[in-house]
Each structure stands twice: as C-alpha cells, then as structure tokens.
Design a protein around this ligand. Structure first.
Ligand SMILES: NC(=O)c1ccc[n+]([C@@H]2O[C@H](COP(=O)([O-])OP(=O)(O)OC[C@H]3O[C@@H](n4cnc5c(N)ncnc54)[C@H](OP(=O)(O)O)[C@@H]3O)[C@@H](O)[C@H]2O)c1
Length: 383
C-alpha cells in the first residue's frame, strides 16, 4: 500500500469521525431534552425497556461489517453517557447522585460521599456490600454501600430519609412490608407484590423490583424464555419474581407448590396452571426452576423434588446461591440437564440496582467474580 493511499484513507476516517461527532452531539442534545421531560414528569432516567428497544432496532438495522456484540458495546457507552448527561444537564435542581472519588480508599469518605445500603435481618451474610462497593471503587464513584440489620423497619426508612441516603436494597424479611412505608412503587413491583430496591428522591422514596431481571438473565443463560415452558417450584416472593419474569418475556409458567392454597392463588393471579408438589411428575416443562429454600446452606443435602423427575427436563435452575451448586443442580447435571445457579440471579439483580442508582453500566464480570470467590471461601470455611 502506498503512503498516499494510506493518507487518503486516514483523511476519510477523520472526515467520518467529525461527522460522527456531530451526530453524537445532536443525539446528546435530544437526550438532554428527554431528560428534562423525564424530570418534569418524575420519571426515572434509567428505563430498561426503552434501552432494550434501542438495542433491538440497532441490531435490526445493522448491515455490518460490525457484529451485534460490537454494536452493543459501542451503544452501551453512548447510552451510559446519555444517562449521565440527563442527570447533570436536564435538572434545574440537579444534585449529583454520585461523584468521582480520586482515591478509592475508604479514608477518603467525606460529606460528599453518597450512601447506599441493604435493609434486612439478618444481613451479616449478605454479599451485596462486597459487590456494590467493588463496583463503586472500580468506576471511581464516591459512594459507599453498608449492611443495615433492621429491627424497626419504619424507623429505618425514616432515618434513611433524614440522613439523605441515596438508595437501598431490601431483603428478607422486608420485601413486602416495605411497600406500606414508601411513597410509590412502580408497576413491576406492584405486579410482583415485592420491592427489593429503593430510590430516594428529594422528597419521595420509590420502590422497584430487580429480582425478576436477575431471574430472567439467569434463565436466559440456559435457553430462550420465549416459547418455552418453565415449571416453577414454590409460591413465595422469589417465585413471584420468577413467574413475572417468565411471563413478561413470553414464556409459560407452571406453578408447583407444597401448600395448595398459596400455589393456586399465585397461579390464578398470573393466569397459569397449578400442580401440587405431590403430583410433580405430571408437570411437563423444558426447564425446572427451584424457588424454595430446600437445599440451602446448611441443609445442603436436601432436594425439593425426587431425582427421577429431573431427566424429563432440558434444564434446571435454582434461585439458591449458597451453595453455588445445590444438590438439585448436581443431580440435574448427572441426569444430563443444563444447570444455572442462583448466583446468576443474585448478581444480575444487583447490577440492575447499580444502574438504577448511578446511571452507569455495572461491572458485571467483577461483581460475578467477587461473589463466586466469597462463596468458595464460605464453603472452604464451613467444610
Ligand atoms: N438468587 C437470588 O437473587 C434470590 C432472590 C430472592 C430469593 N432467593 C432465595 O429464594 C429462596 C426462597 O425465598 P422466598 O423469599 O421466596 O421465600 P418464601 O416467600 O418464604 O417462600 C418459600 C417457598 O418455598 C416453599 N417451601 C419452603 N420449604 C419447603 C419445603 N421443605 N418443601 C417444599 N416447599 C417448601 C414454600 O412453600 P409453602 O407455600 O408450602 O410454604 C414457599 O412456596 C430462599 O432460599 C432465598 O434465599 C434468591
């Protein structure tokens, strides 16, 4: 290749870059206008469904040579920048939710540091602080996430509001009880009947649910949800998020539960079939999803269903993440099924929370690695 032709091609790239920059700035200006409208209507900057739609139409319009994964990477950054611009430039009363912290050492905590936390009882075992704090540090966000073991939930919520805490996770046993103590919940949390994420605005506390997003991502590692049948064991809080996720992604859910009354009520609410646990053999599906605590540490040798039913499924997922691989998953693997651990659900409910709070893309791989390591350490200590 001659030097001239290289220079010509480079000039073409420069022209294209300048044109691209202009288009990106036009896009950013429109994004700021959208941010203003969202602010006026008290809508959250982060809108997962809208972002999914954007990736959808980009992939449909992509004529190559870039691959879908390249498009997703590039637009993930563009969308992340748009969110940040919406946070900073759209609001008259803008107060930065999170600022860059040059020094990630906790000694650098100051009056500017944004505080997040988890409300539960017990919470000492929770891996959410590990996950969120590592993500804040990696992205240079001036924020900290703390475990709060709560006795008095109402007092805790009032205290968090008074202390201008920015956001919180909600875990067992408060996911339902919290609903009566906050100002609003979104449609998703209302349908699921549980809140696992709080966003503290200037005046109001909003509740949402990210467990279902975690469940969907976990199941999608096994098979597409749309068009497949999922037999969901259990009818508690986790089951509600899983069933909601399956149905909203176009799958079919069959509820199987020990208590007939609770199981039937959940199935009726989501318009699906109910099968009592005692008749599990008659439930037919592509994937079995355990949402009961059976098999959770320290009772790791328990199974929620008889071994012989496992061979009828292509895949088996568990919402339990301690142990990483439950007896159910080990037996399912032995029966030739694909398996997914609850840690996928746990990590993704957390990455979704992170994006809701900060507007930034969460460092998924780091968060996943830390959870796996912490679970491995826990196993080593307890064996
Ligand atoms: N991976 C994650 O991110 C994530 C998120 C949320 C929850 N979880 C896990 O999900 C599990 C369930 O939590 P949850 O909040 O849904 O609990 P929950 O509301 O108390 O519901 C528990 C369900 O399990 C059933 N169950 C309990 N013991 C059983 C047994 N021995 N045999 C058969 N069924 C039994 C119950 O059936 P009955 O109606 O008959 O009592 C009920 O349907 C926990 O292990 C939790 O740690 C994981």
């Amino acid at each position: 290749m001659s030097k001239d032709s290289l220079n010509t091609l480079r000039r073409t790239i420069e022209d294209l870059d300048v044109a691209l920059l202009k288009v990106l700035n036009e896009r950013a200006s429109v994004s700021v206008q959208i941010g203003k409208l969202k602010d006026q209507n008290s809508l959250s900057i982060y809108d997962r469904r809208r972002e999914e739609a954007i990736y959808g139409y980009l992939v449909r319009h992509n004529e190559g040579p870039m691959k879908t994964s390249d498009i997703n990477r590039i637009f993930s950054e563009i969308i992340s920048v748009s969110r940040e611009l919406q946070s900073t430039m759209s609001r008259d009363d803008y107060e930065p939710p999170v600022k860059s912290r040059a020094d990630s050492n906790t000694n650098a905590l100051s009056g500017e540091t944004s505080v997040y936390g988890i409300l539960g009882n017990p919470v000492a075992h929770s891996m959410s602080p590990l996950m969120h704090n590592a993500a804040f540090t990696l992205l240079g966000i001036d924020a900290i996430y703390l475990p709060f073991e709560v006795e008095d939930l109402q007092g805790a919520v009032a205290g968090m509001k008074a202390l201008r805490i920015k956001g919180a996770s909600v875990t067992h046993p408060f996911k339902t009880q919290i609903i009566g103590l906050i100002d609003e919940i979104d449609d998703t949390a209302e349908k699921i009947g549980a809140v696992n994420t709080l966003v503290f605005g200037k005046e109001r506390i909003r509740g949402t649910n990210t467990d279902w997003v975690g469940a969907v991502r976990c199941l999608e590692t096994l098979l597409p949800i749309e068009g497949h049948r999922f037999v969901v064991l259990g009818a508690g809080g986790a089951a509600r998020a899983v069933v909601f996720g399956i149905i909203s992604k176009g799958g079919k859910a069959i509820v199987v539960n020990r208590s007939v009354e609770e199981g039937r009520a959940l199935a009726e609410e989501f318009n699906c079939v109910f099968v009592p646990l005692s008749e599990i053999e008659s439930a037919r599906g592509d994937c079995l999803v355990n949402t009961t605590p059976v098999g959770m540490y320290p009772k790791e040798n328990e199974m929620p269903v008889p071994r012989q039913v496992l061979g009828t499924y292509k895949a088996v997922a568990d919402v339990i993440y301690n142990p990483l691989k439950t007896m159910l998953l080990r037996e399912a693997e032995a029966a030739g099924c694909m398996v997914a651990s609850g840690f996928e659900m746990f990590v993704y409910q957390g990455t979704e929370q992170f994006t809701i709070w900060t507007g930034r893309q969460a460092p998924v791989e780091l968060m996943r690695k830390l959870v796996v390591e912490a679970l491995a350490q826990h196993k080593a200590k307890s064996s």
